[in-house]
Write a protein that binds this ligand. Structure first.
Ligand SMILES: [Zn+2]
Length: 130
């Protein structure tokens, strides 16, 4: 099966991650209701469920913080306003890969451009070229 390279924007990714966690949390709590005859199992399921929900709230809070740090731009492809996190990200609307770094323009979109290791290597390369 060919892997489809569709990149969703990081904020959207984190948002769906938090949403999935809420569902998992509720699934565990539902499991607790189903096993209410076995008290310790019910309590365990509920605690795990509540932890998932609390954690997803933390993630939502974190998204809020990230959004304030994100750079608002107009997507060159679909002309909708979107937000960028890091050096490379994808448009929230059309999933167009975007970059803030001129050196990366035209290069294939890769999450690795956001990693510290890549930045170090890029720095070393520019030093060598000078
Ligand atoms: Zn777009």
């Amino acid at each position: 099966m060919a892997q489809q390279l569709v990149y969703s924007s990081k904020i959207n990714k984190i948002r769906s991650f938090a949403l999935i966690q809420i569902f998992i949390g509720f699934a565990f709590m539902y499991g607790g209701i189903l096993t209410k005859k076995i008290e310790w199992l019910m309590v365990t399921f509920f605690i795990i469920g509540v932890l998932f929900v609390i954690f997803s709230c933390v993630v939502y809070f974190w998204i809020g913080l990230l959004s304030t740090k994100a750079v608002p731009i107009i997507c060159p492809n679909c002309e909708n306003p979107t937000k960028m996190l890091g050096r490379v990200d994808a448009c929230m609307h059309c999933k167009e890969p975007l970059t803030l770094d001129k050196d990366l323009e035209g290069k294939e979109f890769d999450e690795k451009y956001n990693t510290r290791k890549y930045r170090k290597e890029a720095k070393a390369n520019t030093k060598n070229n000078e």
